[in-house]
Design a binder for this molecule. Sequence first.
Ligand SMILES: Nc1ncnc2c1ncn2[C@@H]1O[C@H](COP(=O)(O)OP(=O)(O)OP(=O)(O)O)[C@@H](O)[C@H]1O
Ligand SMILES: [Mg+2]
Length: 420
Amino acid sequence: MKNDKPNPLDEVFDKFLSEKSKIFKNRDVLRHSFVPDELPHREKQSRLIAEILAPALQGSIPSNIFCYGKTGTGKTIVAKYVLNYLIDKCNEMNLTIPITELINCRLVDTPYRVLSNLCKSVGVTVPFTGLPTDEVYKRFQLALDSKEQLMIIVLDEVDELVKKDHKKGNDILYDLTRMNYNLEYARVSLIGISNDLKFKQYLDPRVLSSLSEEECVFDAYTANELQDILNQRAGMGFHEKVLEAGVIPFVSALAAQEHGDARRALDLLHKAGDIAERKGQEIVTEADVKKGQKAIESDIVSNTVNKMPLQSKLILYSIYKLENLALADEIKTGDVYYAYSQLCKSINIEFLTQRRVSELITDLDMLGIISASVISKGRYGRTKKIHLQIPKKVITNVVEKDYMIERLKPVDITLNKDKE
Ligand SMILES: Nc1ncnc2c1ncn2[C@@H]1O[C@H](COP(=O)(O)OP(=O)(O)OP(=O)(O)O)[C@@H](O)[C@H]1O
Ligand SMILES: [Mg+2]
């Protein structure tokens, strides 16, 4: 209840709430978690999955389905969409609603945890750890088979389960894909999803054949298809006439150049909108898309650098310090090693061998963070000429934020005067 005295917080909230965006009508529809009412260009896949699941609603044993395609091609969203639709349909027709469980195996990454999630969805609680996996499986099967019912299990990013532990991953998939043989009353439908196109090669053949009784392929989107997807979202997410005519074709063309990734396209459109909004513009232009592309690329680089192990960061930091010594044209592997060992000594870290450092330099080169071109030193053999390939601000914003490296900021390095 309000009294007469004005509350200073009102000012804060009112200001924020009255500042309506000129660009976005509803940002939520541009987020990854949003599932629209229609999925353009995924009718074939949605239909195939629905056709396989439909008979199971009437008591038949469903086939397992394996969905695969590159990242951002709509696999997860199609699975969610079909499950939501199926549940609505069952409600509408007064049918028993199947139990559905979508598990992301990158997050739930052990067979034990997958099974304990499945247990939970049939009302069985198991401890976090401690039981043998077989026992958890038995409890799940027993509870599920306690009555006539259908359970649809989606194992998203299922390759992660097998990559983490080849044997255990294959074992659980073997059990789950053949579960119907051991069930008397209940039925299970398993949908496996993967974006790793080599996944099939490292699955046991018997697991592969039962997981992929039916296969559903997700091709990369073309630029035109991406335009339809973006138009649908833009209509819901942006105010009318805010997007300059060329914006959606341009975003779609850029995303299609990589591999037709709808996530990337949506992120880029969202970012371009953010940039326009921050500048106080009333429209989003192609120039904003270009800036958005740069910003996304720089986010990717920062993330990669941030996740690198300390030794690689130290090597990168050595190269940065050498470049600051105005040596940019002639940094050689030996210089990096000399600088790197000084840095290690000053924070009391054991340093790697020159050979290992050379390998890490090659890795940094492959990631495009530095360039390292081989040059011949005549009869002295070969070395590499090294350059930083990322903006220096990634070093100051990311590398120097590492608490070990932060201590190296004031450290001056010297050059090895004894080199040939
Ligand atoms: N046909 C479509 N219609 C509308 N939005 C789509 C469509 N396909 C993909 N999207 C959107 O693109 C994004 C990526 O899709 P999704 O998460 O399904 O990709 P994925 O194939 O599962 O990728 P990954 O292999 O990386 O998990 C999502 O935010 C989703 O909303
Ligand atoms: Mg996915």
